[in-house]
Design a protein around this ligand. Structure first.
Ligand SMILES: Cc1ncc(C[n+]2csc(CCOP(=O)(O)OP(=O)(O)O)c2C)c(N)n1
Ligand SMILES: [Mg+2]
Length: 798
């Protein structure tokens, strides 16, 4: 819809106001707020200014309430200013921009109180998130959920240098495979990155690239002033001159202003007839305005371009802009971190007609009457109604079933549990979406996929099946399928999980996303995983196989640091079970945990923030191990979820305990047997979650420091049973620091065993021996820790 001239005038006023408020917010944070301690906090005035017009056109005109936007991180001040004008951001938060509890430097779903759809900050990730959110919207609708809601466009405001990030290209390729729709990327083509001016002709590479993947490409180069100048006699000469002007020169002239434009233009095309008149008919100021009238700063051009789109194919808009437009450092190549001086700010204040002490007034200095502006803002389409979506929690089964072999791996157990869920009928099973970057079969999702099928917009039969060629796997695609098969790009997996894991908030439809990948490749997608957790997306990550236990595969496929990632990653509860009955308990817990969103206090039982919930990471193994025949009591179930239980309680004469995690359970059990004749009452602590134990311990200490003297965490209670002279040997197939902290809980002398150096090929016994995590190494560590007679079964270490 084209706005009326009166509305266009209002939009122009709002564009000015947005630029002012964003600039003032940054200025205030840097020069005026008392608590800056003389420290300049930056704020990206230039980067923000680049998007002021585009965001005005979008938020105040083109967007609909259901549309979702990822805003380029450095346009955060513009975003907050718009939210402020729409009554969704407080003045206090703007005054506290970049300060404690103030508006965030980069738009954040979790830390900002205004209406952020997707967090951004690490460039490239928010962009890809819009693409995957679009796929998730299609997934939800294909399953006949939420059809009563209008379809959203998923929109990213992208920096031109942001497109250097490889994850964007991975996403584009995946989007093409998956039939991407309803996705708009608007490239802020200011031809500047952080350090410098970008390469000439970059737009042409972008155009070719996007077209190659089926996107519509709309190039928004010249604004309405320039377009009308081009229609003057000889105007085409001016167009040709700008088209051929190198980016660096254009930027330099933008910075230098009207007189410089005039000199350069007259020198280069001034002797060519009518074009001279075109130049000379304008004052310096008018000439500068004309020459910087790029489409990205021209409301009518933008509104017209956005309004013209009449299809749902993905679109890339390449919008020419000027970094720092409207501000004194416009176009200067060093302007990324540039801050306006107080004198420059004063000049801008005067130019904008803003009285001292009225800087935050929404309508100060505007030529349209406040009542009219108010009226306009009250009816902005985007801001009508509550945009937040919610979805009820799904009931979860009390227990997960499935028969497993007496000797089995956690990875095989995972396949069985999921297969069993897929076989039955339950709401939770219908809402599960699995995804994997080309490791569906090798992470044991095959049986589940056989039952529930692969997702695609169109039906695609498994030709092998129709040709009656025997195959273990049924690879049928349909709109009702529940597995999203991705290409080998772990970044895409994490961003897809991020999108699936926000479906309850974005689409109002809850999904239970489960992503599988090889454990070492978590590191390939780590920033995207961090991003997903930062915006509080909810999913279950099943990383399998893990560690050097993947013996013959060698060092390139063996993970060492992932247990530390499991501890260190906020928003992600990590587990590494050894036995399948533990896994069944943890998976059932995970289905519930990822749906929690309470604000509650820590529970007094384990001092974790369990009421709030989060995502879950399961580190699994391919090593078949003998299962323990036992009943799953409520106490054991709780302990498995809390992170540890005694597989063998330490006796009163205990000198040493062994604490193990995961696939090395047989070695830990064996070591206790080997020591039995020479060390009495040895305890064996099974640790299912170093992460949750550690988090509970930290939280309990903090609670005690605040005066809750009786606060005790799960690990504190468990280790309270261990006499203080006792040693602890910890062991896992991962970095030893994962469990090393256990010694600090009550001051037990501790020897952490684990893997610190790259793995290699070999058999499991070869490698466990080499890296010192076999039974003999555990015994040797115990012998060295505890005085007493030599342990008979101890062999010399290699
Ligand atoms: C992953 C990542 N690497 C580096 C940065 C630091 N950084 C912030 S902005 C920027 C350049 C942005 O250029 P562009 O996308 O063109 O945006 P502009 O500032 O021109 O609007 C860089 C390198 C970041 N935020 N994220
Ligand atoms: Mg740029």
């Amino acid at each position: 819809m084209i706005p009326s001239p009166a509305d266009l005038e209002i939009l122009r006023e709002l564009e000015k106001k947005v630029l002012w408020l964003a600039s003032w917010t940054i200025h205030h944070a840097n020069h005026l707020r008392e608590s800056t301690d003389g420290l300049k906090v930056g704020g990206h005035q230039a980067s923000s200014a680049s998007l002021a017009t585009i965001m005005t056109a979008l938020y105040f005109h083109a967007l609909r309430p259901q549309d979702r936007v990822a805003v380029k991180p450095h346009a955060s001040p513009i975003f907050h200013a718009i939210q402020y004008l729409l009554g969704r951001q407080s003045r206090q938060k703007l005054e506290d921009f970049r300060a404690y509890k103030g508006a965030q430097s980069y738009p954040s779903r979790t830390k900002d109180s205004d209406d952020v759809d997707f967090s951004t900050g690490s460039v490239g990730l928010g962009v890809a998130q819009t693409l995957f959110s679009s796929l998730v919207q299609d997934y939800v609708r294909a399953h006949s959920w939420g059809l009563e809601r209008p379809q959203a466009r998923m929109i990213a405001l992208v920096g031109d240098a942001e497109l250097d990030e490889g994850n964007i290209f991975e996403a584009i390729l995946e989007g093409w495979k998956q039939g991407l729709r309803n996705c708009w990327w608007i490239i802020d083509y200011n031809r500047q990155s952080l350090d410098a001016v970008v390469r000439e002709g970059l737009w042409a590479r972008f155009e070719a690239l996007f077209r190659a993947f089926g996107w519509d490409v709309v190039i928004l180069k010249y604004g309405s002033l320039l377009e009308s100048a081009f229609r003057e006699p000889d105007g085409e000469k001016l167009r040709a001159w700008i088209d051929n002007c190198p980016n660096q020169l254009y930027s330099a002239l933008v910075f230098r202003g009207g007189a410089a434009w005039r000199k350069r233009l007259l020198d280069e095309i001034g002797d060519q007839g009518p074009v001279t008149r075109l130049i000379e008919a304008r004052s310096d100021e008018e000439l500068a305005r004309l020459m910087t009238n790029l489409a990205g700063h021209d409301l009518p051009s933008l509104i017209e371009a956005f309004g013209r789109i009449d299809h749902d194919r993905p679109i890339c808009f390449i919008a020419y802009t000027i970094k720092g437009y409207g501000l004194p450092f416009a176009g200067h190549k060093d302007n990324h971190a540039g801050l306006m001086t107080p004198a420059q700010m004063e000049a801008l204040r005067q130019a904008m007609d803003i009285r001292p002490d009225h800087e935050w007034d929404p309508f100060e200095g505007l030529s349209v009457a406040p009542a009219k502006l108010q009226e306009f803002l009250a009816h902005v389409t985007f801001a009508t109604g509550d945009r937040a979506q919610r979805a009820a929690r799904l009931p979860i089964p009390a227990e997960l079933g499935g028969t497993t072999q007496p000797v089995v791996s956690t990875q095989a157990g995972f396949g069985t549990l999921l297969n069993e869920l897929g076989r039955g009928k339950s709401e939770i099973a219908d809402r599960i979406v699995t995804a994997s970057p080309d490791v569906t079969l090798s992470t044991n999702l095959g049986p589940w996929v056989n039952r529930r099928g692969l997702f695609a917009h169109e039906n695609m039969a498994d030709i092998f099946k129709s040709e009656r060629i025997p195959s273990t796997f049924n690879w049928d695609f349909s709109p009702k399928g529940q597995h999203i098969e991705l290409g080998i790009a772990e970044m895409n997996l994490f961003i897809l999980l991020s999108a699936l894991g926000l479906s309850h908030a974005i689409n109002g439809e809850r999904l239970i996303p489960i992503g599988t990948l090889y454990d070492p490749f978590i590191q390939r997608g780590l920033d995207a995983l961090n991003y997903a957790c930062y915006q509080d997306a909810r999913f279950i990550l099943v990383a399998t196989p893990a560690g050097i236990t993947l013996a013959p595969e060698g060092g390139a496929h063996q993970s060492i640091a992932t247990p530390l990632i499991g501890i260190g990653q906020d928003g992600l509860a990590s587990f590494e079970p050894a036995f399948v009955d533990e896994l069944a308990v943890i998976l059932a817990f995970a289905f519930d945990y990822i749906q929690r969103d309470g604000e509650g206090e820590s529970s007094e039982r384990n001092w974790l923030r369990d009421e709030i919930g989060g995502s879950v990471y399961l580190r699994l193994s391919t090593r078949p191990i003998e299962q323990i025949k036992r009943a799953m009591t409520p106490e054991l179930r709780q302990a498995v979820v809390d992170g540890a239980y005694w597989l063998r309680r330490p006796g009163p004469n205990c000198q040493v305990i062994v604490a193990y995690t995961g696939a090395v359970a047989p070695e830990a059990i064996q070591s206790v047997g080997l020591m039995a004749e020479d060390r009495r009452d040895v305890g064996l602590l099974a640790i299912t979650s170093a992460d949750r134990l550690n988090a509970g311990w930290t939280a309990a200490q903090r609670a005690r420091e605040r005066g809750l003297v009786h606060a005790r965490s799960h690990i504190e209670r468990l280790l309270a049973e261990v006499p203080s002279h006792c040693g602890i040997v910890t062991v896992l197939d991962g970095h030893p620091a994962t469990l090393a902290w256990l010694g600090a809980v009550h001051g037990h002398c501790t020897r952490p065993l684990g893997v610190e150096h790259f793995g290699q090929t070999g058999s499991i016994p070869d490698l466990y021996r080499h890296y010192g995590i076999d039974a003999n190494a555990i015994v040797a560590a115990a012998a060295a820790l505890t005085p007493g007679r030599p342990i008979r079964h101890l062999k010399a270490l290699p």
